[in-house]
Structures are given as C-alpha cells and as structure tokens.
Design a protein around this ligand. Structure first.
Ligand SMILES: Cc1cc2nc3c(=O)[nH]c(=O)nc-3n(C[C@H](O)[C@H](O)[C@H](O)COP(=O)(O)O)c2cc1C
Length: 210
C-alpha cells in the first residue's frame, strides 16, 4: 500500500512536469520526400526513380515522384525534403527546372515568409558528356535552395548524384544508379533527423526516459 503523502508527492510532480510526450512511446513521424525532375529522353527520370528507391530504403518514409510541371502547392509545402533533378542544357539546368524554381514564388508565393525554410534539399543531374556542366547544374539548383533557406545536402557525389549518358558512355550504369539511391537514402536520413530535432526543440518530445 502506497502511503498518502507519497501519492500526493507523485501527483504534484506530475502537474509540475506537465504533459510531455515520450518520443519512444510515439509512433515515428512519416518523412515526406518529393522527387521532382525534368526529362525528355528518360535519363533523368531513371535517376529520379533510383533516388526514390533510396528514400524507400529508410523506414517511415513516403516518396512522391513528379515531373516539375505537375508539382502542386500541397506536394511542395507538405514535403520534408525536396530532391530536384535536371538534364544539363548548355552547362546548366534545363529551363523547365529553372521555371519550376521561379514558380516557387510566381505560383506558390514562398516569399517573403520563406515557406520552404528548413526543408532538406538536394540535387541530381544527367549530362551527355563527362565534364560538361553536371556539377554546375547541381550547384545552381542547390544555390536556389540555399536562397530559400533550405538545408542542402549532398550524397552519391560531392554535389549530389549524376550520370553521363552520351558519347563514349553506354548510358546510365549501375554505379550511377547506386549513387542516386545513396542520395535518396541520405536525404531521408537527414530529413528524419531534422524533423526529430525540431520536435525536440519545440518540446513535443523529451530526451530522458524517466
Ligand atoms: C538543348 C540541349 C543542351 C544540352 N547541353 C548539354 C551540355 O551542355 N552538356 C552535357 O553534358 N549534355 C548536354 N545535353 C545532353 C543532355 O544533358 C543529356 O542527353 C541528358 O541525359 C538528357 O536527359 P533526359 O534523357 O532526362 O532528357 C544537352 C541536351 C540538349 C537537348
């Protein structure tokens, strides 16, 4: 039998600590990843599918693959992470991808609130030639994400995942698809850590197991 004074003490402690939620008792939040791309001849689309496979390797994730022109406001704003892929056109991203990024403002009105702030962002690219603009294409995409206060990550390569598709290349190979999967996995891992971190900061979960 618990003495009355002890029960009163336990009740008082409960009131003081308040209704904190134990992270371990909660089912983990789902991480939403949007993989958006432009592709005319299918190469960048193949890489997009491999990025999505990588995302799915991480538990508690949900991935949407969309052509840039088909992304809705709901998909953009509900995503925890956005991975954006482009073919190289004249050593930079395709106009369609740039228009999509411009539409973050024209169609979706991200500024002045910076509505994409703290979402995780990453890039991938395919280019015909070995050294003809893939890294610049990825960096241009990442620069736009940085301008939106997003948290950019690499993976599968120093600036993201990429593949060479023409000339002496036989087309996208297994290693390049693997790099795309690695990128998807890393994006999902980081997006999960960021989401959990913010939940902790907002006091929705507590760290100590008491
Ligand atoms: C207008 C245009 C410009 C291109 N410029 C480049 C370039 O500067 N560097 C490069 O490596 N490939 C270039 N390419 C090749 C494409 O980047 C490459 O074929 C890419 O894999 C196509 O992607 P997709 O199959 O997803 O459409 C260009 C292709 C087009 C149509």
């Amino acid at each position: 039998m618990v003495p009355m004074w002890r029960m009163l003490l336990l009740c008082a402690a409960g009131i003081l600590i308040g209704p904190t939620i134990d992270a371990s008792a909660e089912s983990p939040a789902i991480i939403h990843v949007l993989v958006a791309y432009h592709s005319l001849s299918g190469n960048t689309e193949r890489m997009a599918e491999a990025v999505a496979e990588g995302v799915r390797m991480v538990p508690h994730t949900q991935v949407s693959i969309r052509r840039v022109g088909n992304v809705t406001a709901e998909e953009l704003f509900s995503a925890d992470a956005i991975v954006l892929g482009s073919p190289v056109y004249w050593s930079n991203m395709a106009g369609e991808v740039k228009s999509f990024i411009d539409d973050w403002q024209f169609k979706f009105g991200v500024f002045p609130e910076f509505k994409l702030k703290d979402k995780v962002g990453a890039a991938f690219a395919t280019g015909g030639q070995i050294s003809s603009g893939k890294e610049l294409t990825m960096l241009s995409i990442l620069a736009a994400m940085l301008g939106n206060y997003m948290i950019t990550v690499s993976g599968g390569g120093a600036f993201g995942a990429s593949a060479t598709t023409e000339g002496h290349s036989p087309g996208i190979d297994e290693q390049e698809l693997l790099s795309a999967r690695e990128l998807g996995q890393r994006v999902a891992d980081v997006a999960g850590a960021v989401k959990r971190g913010f939940a902790l900061q907002e006091g929705l979960v507590r760290t100590s197991p008491n």
